[in-house]
Design a protein around this ligand. Structure first.
Ligand code: NAD
Ligand code: TYD
Length: 357
Protein backbone atom coordinates (compact mmCIF):
# COMPACT_ATOMS: atom_id res chain seq x y z
CA UNK A 1 0.00 0.00 0.00
CA UNK A 2 1.40 3.35 -1.03
CA UNK A 3 0.41 6.43 0.99
CA UNK A 4 0.57 9.29 -1.47
CA UNK A 5 0.30 12.92 -0.47
CA UNK A 6 -0.77 14.97 -3.50
CA UNK A 7 -0.40 18.69 -2.86
CA UNK A 8 -2.62 20.99 -4.92
CA UNK A 9 -4.91 18.12 -5.88
CA UNK A 10 -7.95 20.38 -6.10
CA UNK A 11 -6.39 22.36 -8.95
CA UNK A 12 -6.31 21.63 -12.66
CA UNK A 13 -3.45 19.14 -13.12
CA UNK A 14 -3.57 17.77 -9.56
CA UNK A 15 -7.24 16.78 -9.86
CA UNK A 16 -6.62 15.12 -13.22
CA UNK A 17 -3.65 13.31 -11.71
CA UNK A 18 -5.68 11.95 -8.78
CA UNK A 19 -8.29 10.65 -11.22
CA UNK A 20 -5.51 9.06 -13.26
CA UNK A 21 -3.93 7.44 -10.21
CA UNK A 22 -7.20 5.99 -8.94
CA UNK A 23 -7.86 4.54 -12.41
CA UNK A 24 -4.38 3.05 -12.63
CA UNK A 25 -3.47 1.88 -9.11
CA UNK A 26 -5.49 -0.25 -6.71
CA UNK A 27 -3.24 -0.62 -3.70
CA UNK A 28 -3.01 3.05 -2.85
CA UNK A 29 -4.23 5.71 -0.43
CA UNK A 30 -4.31 9.28 -1.74
CA UNK A 31 -4.39 12.36 0.47
CA UNK A 32 -5.32 15.46 -1.45
CA UNK A 33 -3.73 18.29 0.53
CA UNK A 34 -4.93 21.62 -0.81
CA UNK A 35 -5.44 25.12 0.60
CA UNK A 36 -8.38 25.80 -1.75
CA UNK A 37 -7.11 29.13 -3.06
CA UNK A 38 -9.07 30.78 -5.88
CA UNK A 39 -7.65 28.06 -8.19
CA UNK A 40 -8.62 25.09 -6.03
CA UNK A 41 -12.04 23.52 -6.27
CA UNK A 42 -13.00 20.56 -4.13
CA UNK A 43 -15.90 19.94 -6.50
CA UNK A 44 -13.38 18.86 -9.17
CA UNK A 45 -13.23 15.51 -7.38
CA UNK A 46 -16.62 15.47 -5.66
CA UNK A 47 -17.57 12.16 -7.29
CA UNK A 48 -14.54 10.48 -5.69
CA UNK A 49 -15.26 11.51 -2.11
CA UNK A 50 -16.84 8.14 -1.32
CA UNK A 51 -13.82 6.18 -2.53
CA UNK A 52 -12.00 4.67 0.49
CA UNK A 53 -8.68 5.20 -1.32
CA UNK A 54 -9.20 8.99 -1.42
CA UNK A 55 -9.27 11.67 1.26
CA UNK A 56 -9.36 15.46 1.04
CA UNK A 57 -7.52 17.53 3.64
CA UNK A 58 -7.70 21.30 3.55
CA UNK A 59 -4.24 22.53 4.38
CA UNK A 60 -1.48 24.93 3.49
CA UNK A 61 1.96 23.74 2.39
CA UNK A 62 3.48 26.77 4.16
CA UNK A 63 2.15 25.54 7.52
CA UNK A 64 5.01 23.40 8.83
CA UNK A 65 3.11 21.99 11.81
CA UNK A 66 0.16 20.88 9.68
CA UNK A 67 2.33 19.37 6.94
CA UNK A 68 4.38 17.56 9.55
CA UNK A 69 1.39 16.07 11.33
CA UNK A 70 -0.31 14.89 8.12
CA UNK A 71 2.86 13.19 6.88
CA UNK A 72 3.24 11.36 10.19
CA UNK A 73 -0.40 10.51 10.76
CA UNK A 74 -0.76 8.89 7.34
CA UNK A 75 2.79 7.54 7.14
CA UNK A 76 3.22 9.25 3.81
CA UNK A 77 5.85 7.55 1.64
CA UNK A 78 5.26 9.46 -1.60
CA UNK A 79 4.76 13.18 -2.13
CA UNK A 80 3.63 14.45 -5.52
CA UNK A 81 3.92 18.20 -5.29
CA UNK A 82 1.64 20.25 -7.55
CA UNK A 83 0.54 23.01 -5.16
CA UNK A 84 1.64 26.37 -6.47
CA UNK A 85 0.61 29.76 -7.64
CA UNK A 86 0.61 29.00 -11.33
CA UNK A 87 -0.41 31.99 -13.44
CA UNK A 88 2.27 34.23 -14.98
CA UNK A 89 -0.05 37.26 -15.28
CA UNK A 90 -0.90 37.06 -11.58
CA UNK A 91 2.79 36.85 -10.75
CA UNK A 92 3.33 40.10 -12.65
CA UNK A 93 0.57 41.90 -10.75
CA UNK A 94 1.44 40.38 -7.35
CA UNK A 95 4.68 38.39 -7.05
CA UNK A 96 4.81 38.05 -3.25
CA UNK A 97 2.34 35.17 -3.01
CA UNK A 98 4.42 33.26 -5.58
CA UNK A 99 7.49 33.46 -3.39
CA UNK A 100 5.48 32.42 -0.32
CA UNK A 101 3.79 29.41 -1.89
CA UNK A 102 6.21 28.21 -4.52
CA UNK A 103 9.47 28.80 -2.67
CA UNK A 104 8.62 28.71 1.05
CA UNK A 105 5.88 26.11 0.57
CA UNK A 106 8.20 23.77 -1.32
CA UNK A 107 10.91 24.31 1.31
CA UNK A 108 8.42 23.49 4.08
CA UNK A 109 7.38 20.25 2.38
CA UNK A 110 10.96 19.23 1.70
CA UNK A 111 11.93 19.82 5.30
CA UNK A 112 8.98 17.82 6.60
CA UNK A 113 9.88 14.94 4.26
CA UNK A 114 13.50 15.11 5.36
CA UNK A 115 12.55 15.03 9.06
CA UNK A 116 10.24 12.06 8.68
CA UNK A 117 12.02 10.02 6.02
CA UNK A 118 15.68 10.73 6.66
CA UNK A 119 16.00 11.56 10.36
CA UNK A 120 13.52 9.09 11.84
CA UNK A 121 14.07 6.19 9.45
CA UNK A 122 10.55 4.86 10.00
CA UNK A 123 10.14 3.84 6.35
CA UNK A 124 12.69 2.05 4.14
CA UNK A 125 14.57 4.69 2.14
CA UNK A 126 13.96 2.85 -1.13
CA UNK A 127 10.19 3.14 -0.60
CA UNK A 128 9.96 6.94 -0.36
CA UNK A 129 9.88 9.62 -3.06
CA UNK A 130 9.46 13.36 -3.39
CA UNK A 131 8.22 14.17 -6.89
CA UNK A 132 8.24 17.85 -7.82
CA UNK A 133 6.05 19.06 -10.68
CA UNK A 134 7.66 21.94 -12.53
CA UNK A 135 7.46 23.86 -15.75
CA UNK A 136 9.35 24.58 -18.98
CA UNK A 137 9.16 28.29 -18.13
CA UNK A 138 12.27 27.95 -15.93
CA UNK A 139 14.35 27.85 -19.15
CA UNK A 140 13.37 31.36 -20.33
CA UNK A 141 12.61 32.13 -23.96
CA UNK A 142 13.94 30.85 -27.28
CA UNK A 143 15.00 32.98 -30.25
CA UNK A 144 14.03 31.82 -33.76
CA UNK A 145 16.12 28.81 -34.78
CA UNK A 146 17.47 28.08 -31.28
CA UNK A 147 17.28 24.37 -30.37
CA UNK A 148 14.72 22.97 -27.93
CA UNK A 149 15.60 22.88 -24.22
CA UNK A 150 17.09 19.70 -22.82
CA UNK A 151 17.39 18.66 -19.17
CA UNK A 152 20.91 20.15 -19.25
CA UNK A 153 19.90 23.63 -20.45
CA UNK A 154 20.79 26.28 -17.83
CA UNK A 155 17.82 27.97 -16.16
CA UNK A 156 16.98 31.54 -17.20
CA UNK A 157 13.53 32.32 -15.75
CA UNK A 158 11.95 35.59 -16.90
CA UNK A 159 8.72 36.07 -14.92
CA UNK A 160 8.31 36.06 -11.13
CA UNK A 161 6.32 32.83 -11.59
CA UNK A 162 9.13 31.17 -13.54
CA UNK A 163 11.73 32.43 -11.06
CA UNK A 164 9.77 31.03 -8.11
CA UNK A 165 9.46 27.63 -9.84
CA UNK A 166 13.17 27.67 -10.72
CA UNK A 167 13.98 28.39 -7.07
CA UNK A 168 11.78 25.51 -5.95
CA UNK A 169 13.44 23.13 -8.44
CA UNK A 170 16.84 24.13 -7.08
CA UNK A 171 15.69 23.53 -3.50
CA UNK A 172 14.50 20.03 -4.40
CA UNK A 173 17.79 19.27 -6.09
CA UNK A 174 19.74 20.57 -3.10
CA UNK A 175 17.79 18.33 -0.69
CA UNK A 176 18.72 15.38 -2.86
CA UNK A 177 22.38 16.37 -3.14
CA UNK A 178 22.95 17.43 0.47
CA UNK A 179 20.68 15.17 2.50
CA UNK A 180 20.08 12.28 0.11
CA UNK A 181 16.32 12.91 -0.22
CA UNK A 182 15.06 10.60 -2.99
CA UNK A 183 13.50 12.95 -5.53
CA UNK A 184 12.48 13.30 -9.16
CA UNK A 185 11.51 16.46 -11.04
CA UNK A 186 9.48 16.90 -14.22
CA UNK A 187 9.47 20.10 -16.27
CA UNK A 188 6.41 20.18 -18.48
CA UNK A 189 5.07 22.51 -21.14
CA UNK A 190 1.62 24.21 -21.23
CA UNK A 191 -1.21 21.86 -20.30
CA UNK A 192 -4.80 22.02 -21.48
CA UNK A 193 -7.87 19.86 -20.84
CA UNK A 194 -10.81 19.48 -18.44
CA UNK A 195 -10.99 21.39 -15.13
CA UNK A 196 -8.52 24.11 -16.10
CA UNK A 197 -9.31 27.36 -14.32
CA UNK A 198 -10.60 29.76 -16.99
CA UNK A 199 -7.97 32.44 -16.60
CA UNK A 200 -5.41 30.49 -18.66
CA UNK A 201 -5.48 31.02 -22.43
CA UNK A 202 -7.45 28.01 -23.69
CA UNK A 203 -10.35 27.87 -21.21
CA UNK A 204 -10.58 31.69 -21.12
CA UNK A 205 -10.95 31.80 -24.89
CA UNK A 206 -13.50 28.96 -24.91
CA UNK A 207 -15.72 30.58 -22.27
CA UNK A 208 -15.46 34.11 -23.70
CA UNK A 209 -16.25 32.82 -27.19
CA UNK A 210 -19.27 30.85 -25.92
CA UNK A 211 -20.56 34.13 -24.43
CA UNK A 212 -19.76 36.32 -27.43
CA UNK A 213 -17.18 38.28 -25.39
CA UNK A 214 -13.90 39.67 -26.82
CA UNK A 215 -11.05 37.16 -27.17
CA UNK A 216 -7.92 38.92 -25.86
CA UNK A 217 -4.73 38.09 -27.76
CA UNK A 218 -1.62 39.63 -26.23
CA UNK A 219 0.68 41.61 -28.55
CA UNK A 220 0.87 40.18 -32.07
CA UNK A 221 -0.30 36.69 -31.03
CA UNK A 222 2.81 35.12 -32.57
CA UNK A 223 4.23 33.84 -29.27
CA UNK A 224 4.74 30.10 -29.32
CA UNK A 225 4.02 27.62 -26.52
CA UNK A 226 4.32 23.84 -26.55
CA UNK A 227 0.91 22.32 -25.70
CA UNK A 228 0.22 18.99 -24.01
CA UNK A 229 -3.07 17.35 -23.00
CA UNK A 230 -3.23 17.08 -19.21
CA UNK A 231 -3.79 13.30 -19.30
CA UNK A 232 -0.53 12.85 -21.18
CA UNK A 233 1.19 14.87 -18.46
CA UNK A 234 -0.40 12.69 -15.75
CA UNK A 235 0.73 9.53 -17.49
CA UNK A 236 4.27 10.89 -17.73
CA UNK A 237 4.37 11.79 -14.02
CA UNK A 238 3.10 8.31 -13.12
CA UNK A 239 5.83 6.73 -15.24
CA UNK A 240 8.52 8.88 -13.64
CA UNK A 241 7.19 7.94 -10.19
CA UNK A 242 7.20 4.25 -10.91
CA UNK A 243 10.20 3.89 -13.25
CA UNK A 244 12.14 7.16 -13.17
CA UNK A 245 15.68 7.37 -11.91
CA UNK A 246 16.12 8.90 -8.43
CA UNK A 247 17.76 12.33 -8.62
CA UNK A 248 16.75 12.81 -12.26
CA UNK A 249 14.78 15.49 -14.04
CA UNK A 250 12.64 14.78 -17.11
CA UNK A 251 11.33 17.17 -19.74
CA UNK A 252 7.73 16.57 -20.84
CA UNK A 253 6.14 18.18 -23.88
CA UNK A 254 3.65 17.62 -26.65
CA UNK A 255 5.73 18.72 -29.64
CA UNK A 256 2.81 20.89 -30.69
CA UNK A 257 3.84 24.49 -31.22
CA UNK A 258 1.23 26.64 -32.90
CA UNK A 259 1.33 30.41 -32.30
CA UNK A 260 -1.19 31.70 -29.75
CA UNK A 261 -3.29 33.32 -32.47
CA UNK A 262 -3.59 30.00 -34.27
CA UNK A 263 -4.81 28.29 -31.05
CA UNK A 264 -7.44 31.01 -30.62
CA UNK A 265 -8.54 30.69 -34.25
CA UNK A 266 -8.80 26.90 -33.96
CA UNK A 267 -11.05 27.24 -30.89
CA UNK A 268 -13.23 29.72 -32.81
CA UNK A 269 -13.55 27.30 -35.73
CA UNK A 270 -14.43 24.39 -33.43
CA UNK A 271 -17.16 26.46 -31.77
CA UNK A 272 -18.49 27.52 -35.18
CA UNK A 273 -18.91 23.80 -35.88
CA UNK A 274 -20.23 22.40 -32.62
CA UNK A 275 -21.84 25.20 -30.58
CA UNK A 276 -25.53 25.07 -31.34
CA UNK A 277 -25.94 28.77 -30.44
CA UNK A 278 -25.57 30.64 -33.76
CA UNK A 279 -25.56 34.12 -32.15
CA UNK A 280 -21.79 34.61 -32.06
CA UNK A 281 -20.71 33.02 -35.33
CA UNK A 282 -18.22 33.40 -36.84
CA UNK A 283 -16.35 33.43 -33.54
CA UNK A 284 -13.16 34.75 -35.14
CA UNK A 285 -14.72 38.21 -35.32
CA UNK A 286 -14.48 38.33 -31.49
CA UNK A 287 -10.65 38.26 -31.58
CA UNK A 288 -9.13 41.42 -30.13
CA UNK A 289 -5.42 42.22 -30.01
CA UNK A 290 -4.60 43.77 -26.63
CA UNK A 291 -1.53 45.24 -24.92
CA UNK A 292 1.21 42.65 -24.53
CA UNK A 293 2.24 41.00 -21.27
CA UNK A 294 5.38 42.71 -19.85
CA UNK A 295 8.48 40.57 -20.46
CA UNK A 296 6.40 38.11 -22.51
CA UNK A 297 8.45 35.02 -23.42
CA UNK A 298 8.45 34.57 -27.18
CA UNK A 299 8.93 30.86 -27.75
CA UNK A 300 9.11 27.60 -25.77
CA UNK A 301 10.20 24.22 -27.08
CA UNK A 302 11.02 21.06 -25.14
CA UNK A 303 13.40 18.30 -26.14
CA UNK A 304 11.65 15.21 -24.77
CA UNK A 305 14.04 12.52 -26.01
CA UNK A 306 15.10 11.51 -22.48
CA UNK A 307 11.66 10.51 -21.18
CA UNK A 308 10.80 8.88 -24.52
CA UNK A 309 13.98 6.80 -24.59
CA UNK A 310 14.29 5.96 -20.87
CA UNK A 311 10.64 5.44 -19.95
CA UNK A 312 8.96 4.81 -23.31
CA UNK A 313 6.55 7.72 -22.83
CA UNK A 314 4.91 9.56 -25.70
CA UNK A 315 1.75 11.67 -25.80
CA UNK A 316 -1.48 9.91 -26.80
CA UNK A 317 -3.49 13.02 -27.71
CA UNK A 318 -3.07 15.06 -30.87
CA UNK A 319 -3.63 18.77 -30.38
CA UNK A 320 -6.56 18.85 -32.83
CA UNK A 321 -8.46 16.05 -31.10
CA UNK A 322 -7.46 17.27 -27.63
CA UNK A 323 -8.75 20.78 -28.32
CA UNK A 324 -12.00 19.43 -29.73
CA UNK A 325 -12.51 17.25 -26.63
CA UNK A 326 -11.68 20.17 -24.37
CA UNK A 327 -14.15 22.54 -26.04
CA UNK A 328 -16.78 19.79 -25.78
CA UNK A 329 -15.97 19.36 -22.07
CA UNK A 330 -16.54 23.05 -21.29
CA UNK A 331 -19.77 23.07 -23.34
CA UNK A 332 -21.06 20.03 -21.47
CA UNK A 333 -20.20 21.20 -17.93
CA UNK A 334 -22.27 24.37 -17.45
CA UNK A 335 -22.59 23.81 -13.68
CA UNK A 336 -18.84 23.68 -13.22
CA UNK A 337 -18.41 26.82 -15.33
CA UNK A 338 -21.18 28.62 -13.41
CA UNK A 339 -19.64 27.70 -10.05
CA UNK A 340 -16.29 29.22 -11.08
CA UNK A 341 -17.94 32.35 -12.42
CA UNK A 342 -19.84 32.82 -9.16
CA UNK A 343 -16.56 33.09 -7.31
CA UNK A 344 -16.26 36.79 -6.62
CA UNK A 345 -12.54 36.48 -7.27
CA UNK A 346 -12.99 35.53 -10.92
CA UNK A 347 -14.66 38.72 -12.14
CA UNK A 348 -12.20 40.70 -10.01
CA UNK A 349 -9.30 39.04 -11.80
CA UNK A 350 -10.74 39.73 -15.25
CA UNK A 351 -11.09 43.42 -14.33
CA UNK A 352 -7.57 43.59 -12.90
CA UNK A 353 -5.91 41.92 -15.89
CA UNK A 354 -7.94 43.16 -18.85
CA UNK A 355 -9.65 46.48 -18.06
CA UNK A 356 -6.56 48.61 -18.49
CA UNK A 357 -5.13 46.71 -21.44
P1 NAD B 1 -3.66 25.43 -10.48
O1 NAD B 1 -3.41 26.89 -10.25
O2 NAD B 1 -4.83 25.01 -11.30
O3 NAD B 1 -3.80 24.66 -9.08
C1 NAD B 1 -2.95 24.93 -7.99
C2 NAD B 1 -3.54 24.23 -6.78
O4 NAD B 1 -2.66 24.44 -5.68
C3 NAD B 1 -4.91 24.79 -6.35
O5 NAD B 1 -5.80 23.72 -6.07
C4 NAD B 1 -4.60 25.59 -5.11
O6 NAD B 1 -5.69 25.65 -4.19
C5 NAD B 1 -3.42 24.82 -4.54
N1 NAD B 1 -2.58 25.65 -3.68
C6 NAD B 1 -2.10 26.89 -3.94
N2 NAD B 1 -1.39 27.34 -2.89
C7 NAD B 1 -1.41 26.35 -1.95
C8 NAD B 1 -0.84 26.21 -0.66
N3 NAD B 1 -0.12 27.19 -0.11
N4 NAD B 1 -1.03 25.05 0.01
C9 NAD B 1 -1.77 24.05 -0.53
N5 NAD B 1 -2.36 24.13 -1.75
C10 NAD B 1 -2.17 25.27 -2.45
O7 NAD B 1 -2.30 24.89 -11.08
P2 NAD B 1 -2.05 23.78 -12.21
O8 NAD B 1 -2.17 24.42 -13.54
O9 NAD B 1 -2.84 22.58 -11.88
O10 NAD B 1 -0.50 23.48 -11.96
C11 NAD B 1 -0.09 22.51 -11.01
C12 NAD B 1 1.43 22.45 -10.97
O11 NAD B 1 1.93 22.14 -12.25
C13 NAD B 1 2.09 23.77 -10.56
O12 NAD B 1 3.17 23.48 -9.72
C14 NAD B 1 2.56 24.35 -11.87
O13 NAD B 1 3.70 25.16 -11.69
C15 NAD B 1 2.88 23.11 -12.65
N6 NAD B 1 2.76 23.21 -14.11
C16 NAD B 1 1.62 23.70 -14.67
C17 NAD B 1 1.51 23.76 -16.05
C18 NAD B 1 0.25 24.26 -16.72
O14 NAD B 1 0.24 24.41 -17.94
N7 NAD B 1 -0.83 24.51 -16.01
C19 NAD B 1 2.56 23.32 -16.87
C20 NAD B 1 3.72 22.81 -16.24
C21 NAD B 1 3.80 22.76 -14.86
P1 TYD C 1 -1.16 31.19 -20.25
O1 TYD C 1 -2.31 30.27 -20.46
O2 TYD C 1 -1.31 32.28 -19.23
O3 TYD C 1 0.10 30.29 -19.94
P2 TYD C 1 1.69 30.71 -19.84
O4 TYD C 1 1.82 32.15 -19.69
O5 TYD C 1 2.08 29.94 -18.63
O6 TYD C 1 2.31 30.19 -21.10
O7 TYD C 1 -0.83 31.88 -21.62
C1 TYD C 1 -0.48 31.12 -22.77
C2 TYD C 1 -0.08 32.09 -23.85
O8 TYD C 1 -1.24 32.86 -24.24
C3 TYD C 1 0.95 33.10 -23.39
O9 TYD C 1 1.85 33.37 -24.47
C4 TYD C 1 0.13 34.36 -23.10
C5 TYD C 1 -1.02 34.25 -24.07
N1 TYD C 1 -2.31 34.84 -23.61
C6 TYD C 1 -3.01 35.72 -24.42
O10 TYD C 1 -2.59 36.04 -25.56
N2 TYD C 1 -4.21 36.21 -23.97
C7 TYD C 1 -4.70 35.90 -22.74
O11 TYD C 1 -5.78 36.42 -22.37
C8 TYD C 1 -3.97 34.99 -21.91
C9 TYD C 1 -4.47 34.58 -20.56
C10 TYD C 1 -2.78 34.48 -22.39
Amino acid sequence: MKNVLVTGGAGFIGSNFIRYLLRTETNIRILNFDALTYAGNRENLADLEGDPRYRFIQGNICDAAQVDSVIREYQVDTIVHFAAESHVDRSILGPRQFIETNVMGTFTLLDAARNYWLKENVLPLDSVRFHHVSTDEVFGSLKPGEPAWTEETPYAPNSPYAASKAASDHLVRSYGHTYGLPYTITNCSNNYGPYQFPEKLIPLIILNAMDGKPLPVYGDGQQVRDWLHVEDHCEAIHLVLTKGKIGSTYNIGGENQPANLSIVETICDILDEIDSNPAHKPHRRLIQFVKDRPGHDRRYDMDTRKIRAELGWSPRHTLDQGLLDTVRWYLSHPEWVASIRQKHEYEGWLDANYKLR
